[in-house]
Design a protein around this ligand. Structure first.
Ligand SMILES: C[S@@+](CC[C@H](N)C(=O)[O-])C[C@H]1O[C@@H](n2cnc3c(N)ncnc32)[C@H](O)[C@@H]1O
Ligand code: SF4
Length: 370
């Protein structure tokens, strides 16, 4: 369901724009639709009878957009939700520490990054704007939400209309600060055209992973063929326009993008740019045929060394640990496990202890970089 469908539905029930907006606000804030006014009495006073009578069914239909199948609390204060969406598909939504939520924008993903579980299946289905918003609603029913990061399953640039509609909705009626909406992408020309035109301009996280164009083409085989230099230039223009820095994402793969060559090239790439660097230690799972069979994360000492070197050379660098690693923290892993119960018993999460992939425990914008 998209916003136009909801508007039509409310109009058919006799809602005037002011009623419609009050109902959408109540929904996005995780309140009952019947509490859209300040009191039930007030709703009864101001809403037409047809609308009052239709609210229960509408609430049920909105609830069906994202149904929490199971909750998996992590030791770090996060919780992974396995969520059913209409049509028999499952997605992951992650409640982050410090009032954040990480939402999924697609079931599967066509970019096929070699280190990502979600990319293994290819694209299975787009997640609609209201299904994205419904993930935030589910989060708000559990805890306060002040930040929404699009770092769950899927590539937001490949579902742009739905993601941008969700961003506009969350940044207006949803009451989320614009820079606290974080659009995470491998980079796509359409993103850099469309984001500046939005009323609600989100923060931008750019999944770069390397300074080398050839390595990037290998790691992200179906990402648009924009070089790291081009991506940084496009990100820089957006960051200057909106006034908040690009968050450059770098999934750390031992022996692949953690070498001295990258360390020397990163400060050159970042020189003069309004950007911060998030190093994300690779999150792996055991088991044949699962993402990351060939990858490892660097050891802790190397990661510390990298942060020190980069900080000394003027790059604001943070290590971003994923939320809920003790519960299949890598993006798409919980879903994969749920879809393969017979295999699940043979699997074990390799990297436990609060580090890994997908949704950051400390989401971009959460803490001062450096
Ligand atoms: C799951 S993606 C979703 C958003 C978007 N498709 C993107 O790539 O930016 C969010 C982040 O998770 C990271 N990621 C995916 N799989 C990972 C893994 N196994 N370990 C660490 N980070 C991972 C990606 O590199 C990306 O920066
Ligand atoms: S990292 Fe992002 S773009 Fe790459 S496959 Fe996973 S979800 Fe898709």
């Amino acid at each position: 369901m998209r916003l136009a469908d909801l508007h039509q539905r409310l109009a058919d029930l006799g809602a005037r724009p002011v009623h419609r907006d009050a109902i959408i606000r109540a929904w996005l804030q995780g309140r009952a639709l019947a509490d859209a006014g300040t009191t039930r009495q007030k709703v009864a006073d101001v809403f037409p009878k047809s609308l009052r009578e239709g609210l229960a069914q509408l609430a049920a239909d909105l609830d069906a957009l994202a149904v929490v199948r199971s909750e998996h609390p992590g030791g770090d204060g996060s919780a992974r939700l396995l969520v059913d969406i209409p049509g028999g598909q499952m997605i992951e939504t992650v409640l982050l520490p410090r009032d954040g939520v990480c939402v999924s924008s697609q079931v599967g993903c066509a970019v096929a990054c070699r280190f990502c579980m979600t990319g293994r299946s290819g694209l299975l289905r787009q997640v609609s704007s209201l299904e994205i918003a419904a993930q935030v609603v589910q989060a708000r029913r559990r805890r306060p939400v002040r930040k929404v990061v699009f770092m769950g399953m899927g590539e937001p640039a490949h579902n742009l209309d739905n993601v941008l509609e969700a961003i506009e909705l969350l940044g207006t009626h949803g009451g989320i600060g614009h820079k606290n909406l974080v659009f995470s992408t491998v980079g796509d020309a359409r993103v850099f055209e469309r984001l500046p035109q939005l009323r609600v301009k989100p923060g931008l996280a750019l999944s770069l992973h390397t300074t080398r164009a050839d390595l990037r083409e290998h790691l992200l085989p179906k990402a648009p063929k924009l070089s790291p230099d081009e991506l940084m230039a496009l990100g820089e223009a957006y960051a200057r326009e909106v006034g908040y820095p690009i968050q450059v994402q770098w999934t750390l793969l031992r022996g692949i993008n953690d070498g001295d060559d990258e360390l020397e090239a990163i400060p050159r790439l970042f020189a003069g740019k309004y950007a911060v660097l998030n190093l994300i230690p690779f999150n792996a799972m055991e088991g044949e045929g699962l993402a990351g069979d060939d990858y490892r994360r660097p050891d802790g000492e190397r990661i510390v060394e990298m942060v020190r070197y980069l900080s000394r050379h003027g790059v604001l660098t943070k290590v971003r640990n994923s939320a809920g690693q003790d519960v299949d923290g890598g993006c798409g892993q919980l879903r994969a496990r749920a879809e393969r119960p017979e295999r699940a018993r043979r699997l074990a999460v390799v990297n436990v202890g609060g580090e890994g992939a997908g949704c950051r425990a400390a989401a971009p914008g959460d803490a001062a970089p450096g």
